[in-house]
Design a protein around this ligand. Sequence first.
Ligand code: HMG
Ligand code: MG
Length: 284
Amino acid sequence: MSLGPCEIFEVGPRDGLQNEKREIPVAEKVALVNKLSAAGFRRIECASFVSPKWVPQMAGSGEVLGGISRTEGVRYAALTPNMRGYEDAVAAKADEIAIFASASEGFSQKNINASIEEAFERFAPILEEARHIDMPVRGYVSCVVECPYDGKVAPADVARVADKLFAMGCYEVSLGDTIGAGTPDSIARMLLAVRDVVPVGRLAGHYHDTHGRAMANIDASLSMGVRVFDAAVAGLGGCPYAPGAAGNVATEAVNEHLTALGYDTGVDQAVVLEAAEMARAMRG
Ligand code: HMG
Ligand code: MG
């Protein structure tokens, strides 16, 4: 029996590759995105228009977006921390963008050199401009359970940031367990608070698998009504400004799990496995 649709938002080419030690040529990134495009994902995050001094791995993002073969019905997404990034993303023809905030002050400072409030001030003109051209904007909240600098994060703090992103115009808010500290209980407590302020149908779970609990956290989120999960092929990734952050939960494992439970992901596991093989080879 089908339990209905459940979407996997592929973030490997961005959240995965931003953390790789090896300098990965644009052509390899393009080949990975093209393979992922054939797998059936509706959204693939493959670019990040941040400062190359902060994240050198994402420096070729414009060339990646320019080099891929775009598949009809797939949206190619890019991170944009400020107006400069937004303008670059628009010039490179990103189909949607993402702004990224944190529920904790420590991570906000270390990741984007701004307080939580200052980050919202930077995001406001992005949302304003995006509205004019009907550019979909996704919002991330990092450190939804714990921060590598400030320790435990209260669900109310996550709800406050998620509420603000949604109210500013983000069409979806992705909840990042940046260092994989979450457990099914703490994720459920966090979701209870966030669900009060953002409709659950507009939430996504973005769980790093540092302690091997990401899949259990997905299960907890499913039972709370979440039906979108971010994942990276081959479990690529981490965050350069979050010490201890391991990769995102692996797409192939999530797809297998959701399908076995009876959800329809629309994603072809055989193609995902080929993409995972490519991603592993890229790691060097
Ligand atoms: P700053 O140093 O405060 O900014 O950085 P600035 O305005 O003083 O600029 C510094 C330099 O960067 C200048 O160059 C700017 O031109 C340049 P210089 O004059 O020194 O030669 N610059 C840019 N270059 C290219 N693109 C831009 C851009 N903006 C400024 N958009 C800034 C502030 C936000 C730029 C910086 O902190 C930054 O780039 N941070 C990004 C960090 C990052 O990408 N982290 C990883 C993504 S978040 C994540 O992974 C978490 C997530 O997965 C969810 C989860 O797991 O929790 C989403
Ligand atoms: Mg992440």
